[in-house]
Design a protein around this ligand. Structure first.
Ligand code: SAM
Length: 482
């Protein structure tokens, strides 16, 4: 049996099954140990130090005790703490993005995904560069500035050259005042050389969901195709970092395996990246298995109810305080609304999960990857966020100013976010309101911006932000940033 070693580059050693089992046993034994739970909560609390507030985070063992705890008052305390941490490091900003499906050709056999090779009746599509232009224009016309590219794995239809060409096309399109300023990429595990090419093409985050950290289940859930190779998939983030990508996004597909196992594995993966590369994951996503073309989620035994889902989100927030957390339109408006207070910092809006979906009048179902629960327009999502006191942010400044990896983390830890991310969020929100919003959304938004400008501590920064906001309203000048 492989010995647990956080610094090892072998999947079986940094995600050690025996360490996960020992963690789950320890968590089960201590789930009613109030003294220990209090100690863990206290350790995780934001504390004042020389630079402002800082947080220690938790180990996978400590966080697993919190996740196992079912004492209602303690669970409430976790929710409050998660919100406190979120506000301390991310403020009330919520970063907005949209997925863009390039191709659903796929040679894998993933049993939960409708793109699997044996699905012969799903309409297979791959965008041409002209179709891609139309999709990007539709996304820009909604107001999106940040995309997550999605594609199946198929070396013939979707080779890396195709993905790179698409990235180039996307960055080159400037429709009216629109621009896509950050392209994140969610494609199958690949080689160091290909990661280097993605880095050179100017991607933001490289996202790859582990799906499940349980190796035995992984092999059954991915019976055929290159994705069957558990080690190659699990070690992908190390190769991405070796290729120069320092913002990577983790995630598991909740519903495939027991959530406590996945949770421990996910945190061990984050600890591994920090230990080996000096920087943890930039983001963690929390997708849940959904109904799709020939996929019935009821055929999987490990679906999790909303209450557990929220607890998972809160415990991740507490354990890795500086990592962004993403929730997609797989979730309903209600669940998304609650999750925002538990630590989520990025959400998608107006998503279409089909290839070519943004240029279709009606939401197409024939090539969708999964059913979308939250089907509101971007304008509706933006207004909804603002009415709850969140600031929808279209900011992409960090990545464009080279603040990635540990440089982003140090900004996050330095307490300078209010002098940097906050004004950037307000300026990009102004762009959105002026260029794309309905009058009602503009009314709510401009009032919020006025109030939020007052929170900027530096007088000089505040004055510049105010001036830039006036410029955006009065002219076509865009893309101001700190
Ligand atoms: N082909 C790439 C890969 O293998 O990683 C890209 C991923 S795919 C386009 C994006 C993600 O959608 C997958 O990693 C998986 O977690 C998720 N997904 C697949 N089927 C799903 C379903 N039925 N419900 C919800 N999410 C699903």
């Amino acid at each position: 049996m492989a010995q647990y070693n956080v610094k090892s580059l072998k999947a079986d050693e940094f995600i050690s099954d025996s360490e996960i089992r020992a963690t789950l046993e320890y968590a089960e034994q201590n789930k009613n140990n109030v003294a220990l739970i209090d100690e863990i909560l206290e350790k995780a609390r934001p504390k004042k130090d020389g630079n402002g507030l800082s947080c220690k985070g938790l180990s996978h063992r400590e966080a697993s005790v919190l996740l196992a705890c079912e004492i209602p008052e303690k669970v409430e305390e976790m929710y409050r703490l998660a919100e406190e941490i979120k506000l301390a490091f991310y403020g009330n900003r919520i970063v907005m993005f949209a997925p863009l499906y390039l191709s659903n050709y796929c040679v894998n056999g993933c049993v939960y995904c409708p793109y699997h090779l044996k699905n012969k009746h799903i309409a297979r599509k791959k965008l041409t560069q002209e179709e891609l232009r139309q999709e990007v224009i539709a996304l820009q016309d909604m107001g999106h500035k940040r995309l997550a590219l999605e594609a199946g794995e198929d070396p013939v239809h979707n080779p890396i050259e195709y993905i790179l060409e698409c990235i180039d096309t996307i960055y080159s399109i400037k429709h009216k005042n629109g621009a896509i300023r950050r392209v994140n990429v969610n494609i199958a595990a690949t080689t160091v050389e290909n990661y280097r090419k993605l880095k050179e093409a100017g991607i933001g985050t490289y996202i790859l969901f582990q799906e499940t950290y349980h190796k035995e289940s992984y092999l059954k859930l991915h019976p055929t195709g290159p994705k069957h190779d558990y080690d190659y998939h699990t070690e992908a983030m190390d190769r991405a970092m070796e290729g120069g990508i320092d913002d990577v996004g983790l995630g598991v597909l909740f519903g495939l395996e027991l959530y406590k196992y996945e949770f421990a594995g996910l945190l061990m993966h984050a600890e591994h990246l920090e230990a080996v590369h000096g920087v943890g994951p930039h983001t963690i996503s929390v997708p849940r298995l959904k109904r799709a073309d020939d996929i019935d989620p009821d055929q999987f035994d490990n679906g999790i109810p909303d209450e557990i889902f929220k607890k998972i989100i809160a415990c991740i927030r507490i354990a890795v305080p500086y990592t962004g957390m993403i929730i997609s339109t797989r979730e309903s408006e209600k669940v998304r609304g609650e999750a925002l207070n538990m630590g989520i910092s990025q959400i998608s809006g107006a998503s279409r999960t089909s290839v070519g979906g943004y240029t279709e009048e009606e939401r197409p179902h024939d090539s969708e990857q999964f059913d979308v629960s939250d089907q509101r327009t971007l304008d509706e999502v933006v207004r909804w966020l603002m009415e709850m006191g969140h600031i929808p942010s279209f900011c992409t400044a960090c990545y464009r100013e080279g603040r990635t990896g540990d440089r982003f983390m140090s900004l996050c830890k330095s307490g300078q976010i209010l002098n940097c991310c906050h004004p950037n969020a307000l300026m990009t929100l102004t762009e959105y309101l002026v260029d794309y919003a309905t009058p009602e959304t503009q009314r709510v938004g401009f009032a919020l911006i006025e109030k939020e400008l007052e929170k900027i501590p530096g007088e000089k920064v505040k004055a510049i932000a105010r001036q830039n906001i006036e410029d955006i309203k009065a002219s076509n000048r865009r893309d101001f940033r700190f």
